[in-house]
Design a protein around this ligand. Structure first.
Ligand SMILES: [Zn+2]
Ligand SMILES: [Zn+2]
Length: 166
């Protein structure tokens, strides 16, 4: 996703509104897939060389459930605010500063940060997801499997251990 900043990048005090609908790279390391182009609208201002962007993005992502391993959709509407500094101002070793250089501002990382701040770290398709059976691998949301449920009664465990020691 790119925003044209040619008209405001060298004029302090200038601003422009934007309304973009563009694809964004997937967040592969978190297994987050963007199902459709991101709709991002807002305003960007040049405040003494620093570009201050604020807006709202409509996003539809697909994630994999940690419990049952199936994919599910999650719509998001998120608020994004970010400062972009001219590249020459970049301080060594400080990576979280976002910079601009040239006439296009690339917004993929900004959208990624916004998504990661607005989703649960644990990816769960629904509150009561039953996950998969550890024995046969069946998705228990689709119904129970025929595996025997292991007993977890500690008294039974002690008995079992006593028997096996004989
Ligand atoms: Zn699930
Ligand atoms: Zn099973």
């Amino acid at each position: 996703m790119e925003l044209d900043i040619s008209k405001i990048r060298s004029k302090t005090g200038s601003e422009k509104s934007f309304d973009l609908e563009q694809p964004v790279e997937d967040i592969t390391e978190k297994k987050i897939h963007f199902l459709q182009p991101v709709h991002f609208q807002g305003k960007i201002r040049n405040l003494d060389g620093t570009l201050y962007l604020e807006g709202e993005a409509d996003i539809l992502i697909e994630r994999i459930c940690d419990r049952c391993l199936s994919s599910y959709k999650q719509p998001l509407r998120i608020r994004i605010e970010e400062n972009f500094y001219p590249e020459y101002k970049k301080i060594d070793d400080i990576d979280f500063f976002k910079t601009y250089n040239g006439n296009q501002l690339v917004l993929d990382q900004t959208v990624h940060d916004g998504v990661l701040l607005n989703i649960h770290i644990n990816s769960i398709c629904k509150e009561d997801c039953r996950g998969i059976c550890p024995t046969c691998g069946k998705d228990l949301n689709e119904g129970s499997c025929s595996c025997k449920t292991e007993t977890t009664d500690p008294r039974m465990e002690i008995l079992k251990n006593l028997i096996s020691e004989e």
